[in-house]
Write a new protein. Structure first.
Length: 676
């Protein structure tokens, strides 16, 4: 039978080719744009001379020469199957758009003897070549480093990946995930008396050899104001990535793994300590602990159910243990068989959770333990671990960890909000390894937030050594709330609902919902986030006691969530009746949320703020629209009184919303003396 290509078939073939073409060009990570669309040369132009000469050229000459350069470009540069090809015979090409400080990703491939470079802001260059010294160096530098820190090129003909960050004139380059240039000024090749141009085209340099480029993605970084320091740009970028975190204020921590099956018991006996530490507390040999693999089959696991519960509670992000200290992996990792894929369950739990988060608009984050009690390369071994140390190597372990983090954060599980490290306290993990790991994570997921436990910055359970020399974006107090927050630093208190992070049947010492609600208000009033933990059971269900508390918190959040989400720390001093959170209002005014834990018991049910100079624009109770709050100045005119109804809208935390003119001005005395 001959197969006639009828019109409908032709249309189908054309559409399929078009779709295939579009699909070839991988989509850029969130926040990035593709400089090359994979199908043509739009956004690119031929090169005319150098930036200084172009600047001095009369407009009509520049236009004439640009037209000729574009013709030449189209003769020697072409787009096919998502690859930008150069035949080695023409000139360089560059972006039609200028760029300043950028985060740039670019895959490139050369042939034997190949030679090229990436010009930044029109200045050469990040070197590409087939040379023993390796690619990635700032070849034309005369003062700063010109050669790469190490040779990281893949064999000629294979695709290499550059990740280049340019802030002001300083350049950092990773080649195939390895740091080859570390924060070095790129010099102005065209006039060495001048600093690097503030902006300019990104150029792919012709040097007489065939080239291939693909997946060229760029993200503009905080715009350098004239004379702005690199440090202030870094701060701008950090502010950009911390924005969602500061608004969220409340997240769900999930500790789940093989230990959830053990549930605090081993060979019929209760084991002390937290559920997720049973291997250590019980001094269980890895070989014996691995018998749990065959028992891990959480058939009642429902990712959508977990996400729905978090949302109901008002939690706006989830941090789940991709791998805890026992090394067991909850995803389909290619790096080890010590994973969920080698249990009866054999499903990629993190993939299912990522899909549920995407469906329900929940931000997903991964907790990843640096310490690993089972990986053969991790050191030190537990003193009771009978396995021979052999040639265990932390350097090799660090590479293994980076490879797993590339699997988790590289896009396969969506845009991950936080790389939440832990287990950083042992002597084998160093500040240098922490900086290197943070750089790797940043190179794989440029917008991700990294907590301070990637490095050695956590001074005990308080959360953060505020000296600022440590890697990581925020501090992580654990099971405690810093008395007055951590001024000038983002922080998040993580806390269990009972006494254990991982499920443990015998731990029934549950905090009640009122304490958790007031704890949430307390933490937000100090400018922090609350990461509240659940430890799912071995069957995949979240314990009833946790669900009840989250539902109770959710009922409170339904009425009062605006007094938590998007708020900042209290501008008032110590308040006897409760706490305060705040928000900026338009025209420079301020909204205060007074969290009243102790309802006024005097006959007038008066709440007093003794120290607030601002005019009160309005006041009302959340969840109590019928009652009109009467507002009056205190006798000394330093503060305000609020007449409230006899019955508090909420027994745990009633919120009085008070709008004031301007930014809060208070006396130095502590505000909020009790009434009556
Ligand atoms: O050892 C872990 C513990 O199991 C849990 O994961 C907590 C949560 O932050 N972190 C470590 C103790 O600081």
């Amino acid at each position: 039978m001959t197969w006639e290509a009828t019109t409908p078939t032709l249309v189908f073939m054309i559409m399929t080719t078009a779709l295939a073409t579009i699909l070839i060009c991988t989509t850029p990570p969130a926040g990035f744009k593709a400089l090359f669309n994979g199908v043509d040369l739009s956004g690119w132009q031929g090169i005319v001379d150098d930036p200084i000469k172009r600047q001095a050229m009369p407009a009509e000459e520049l236009a004439r020469r640009q037209a000729a350069a574009d013709i030449s470009m189209r003769q020697h540069w072409s787009a096919k199957d998502g690859i930008l090809h150069f035949d080695g015979k023409g000139e360089s090409l560059c972006t039609t758009e200028d760029f300043g400080s950028v985060d740039l990703w670019c895959d490139w491939r050369i042939e034997k003897g190949g030679d090229s470079g990436i010009y930044l802001r029109g200045a050469p260059q990040v070197q590409i070549w087939d040379d023993a010294s390796g690619s990635g160096g700032l070849f034309n530098n005369k003062i700063g480093a010109a050669t790469p820190l190490e040779r990281a090129d893949l064999p000629v003909g294979e695709w290499n990946r550059f990740h280049i960050i340019v802030r002001l004139d300083r350049v950092t380059v990773w080649l195939n995930d390895r740091l080859v240039v570390d924060d070095v000024p790129l010099e102005n090749y065209w006039d060495r008396a001048l600093p690097l141009f503030a902006s300019g085209a990104i150029e792919l340099q012709s040097h007489g050899t065939p080239l291939g480029f693909k997946d060229i993605f760029v993200r503009r970084l905080g715009q350098a104001q004239s004379g702005e320091s690199a440090a202030s740009l870094k701060e701008q970028e950090r502010d950009e990535r911390m924005e969602w975190f500061r608004g969220a204020r409340f997240g769900m921590f999930i500790h789940w793994g093989l230990y959830s099956v053990a549930a605090g018991e081993w060979q019929g006996s209760q084991v002390g300590g937290a559920g997720e530490w049973i291997m250590l507390s019980g001094q269980i040999q890895p070989a014996d602990y691995s018998t749990l693999l065959s028992k891990f089959n959480p058939v009642r696991f429902d990712a959508d159910e977990w996400v729905r519960l978090a949302k109901c509670a008002g939690q706006q992000y989830i941090v789940i243990t991709s791998k805890h200290h026992d090394g067991f992996c909850l995803w389909d990792t290619k790096e080890t068989q010590w994973s969920v894929m080698h249990t009866p369950f054999a499903r990629d739990i993190l993939k299912e959770l990522a899909a549920a988060c995407a469906r329900q608009g929940m931000r997903l984050c991964f907790y990843h333990s640096i310490m690993d009690w089972t990986h053969p390369d991790y050191l030190p071994r537990r003193e009771w671990d009978a396995r021979p140390v052999g040639d265990a190597s932390m350097e090799r372990y660090s590479r293994h960890m980076k490879a797993q983090l590339s699997e988790l954060l590289g896009g396969g599980y969506g845009d991950i909000g936080i790389a939440w490290f832990d287990g950083e306290w042992e002597g084998t993990w160093t500040h240098e390894l922490g900086l290197d790991l943070a750089a790797h994570v940043r190179s794989v997921a440029p917008n991700i937030i990294i907590n301070n436990r990637v490095d050695k910055g956590r001074s005990g359970m308080q959360g953060l050594d505020a000296t600022g020399e440590w890697a990581g974006d925020y501090g992580t107090p654990e099971q405690e709330v810093p008395a007055s927050g951590i001024p000038g630093i983002d922080w998040e208190t993580c806390m269990t609902m009972n006494g254990t992070w991982g499920y443990k049947t015998s731990d029934t010492n549950w905090k009640n919902a009122p304490a958790l609600i007031q704890g949430l208000a307390d933490i937000a009033s100090k400018g922090g986030n609350f990461l509240l933990n659940v430890g799912p059971q071995g069957d995949g269900l979240i314990p009833r006691a946790s669900v009840d508390r989250l539902m109770e918190i959710g009922r409170w959040m339904e009425t009062n969530g605006e007094s938590i989400h998007g708020t900042s720390a209290s501008p008032l001093g110590q308040l006897e009746f409760g706490r305060c959170t705040s928000k900026e209002l338009p025209q420079g005014n301020t909204r205060l949320y007074l969290h009243i834990f102790d309802w006024p018991t005097d006959s007038n049910h008066q709440l007093i703020l003794p120290s607030l100079r601002n005019e009160v624009i309005g006041a009302r109770l959340l969840g109590e629209t019928a009652f009109a709050v009467k507002v009056a100045r205190t006798d000394d005119c330093h503060g305000w009184t609020f007449s409230l109804p006899e019955q508090a809208p909420d027994d745990v935390d009633s919120v009085l919303m008070v709008d004031i003119a301007g930014t809060p001005a208070t006396d130095s005395v502590s505000a909020g003396a009790p009434t009556g």
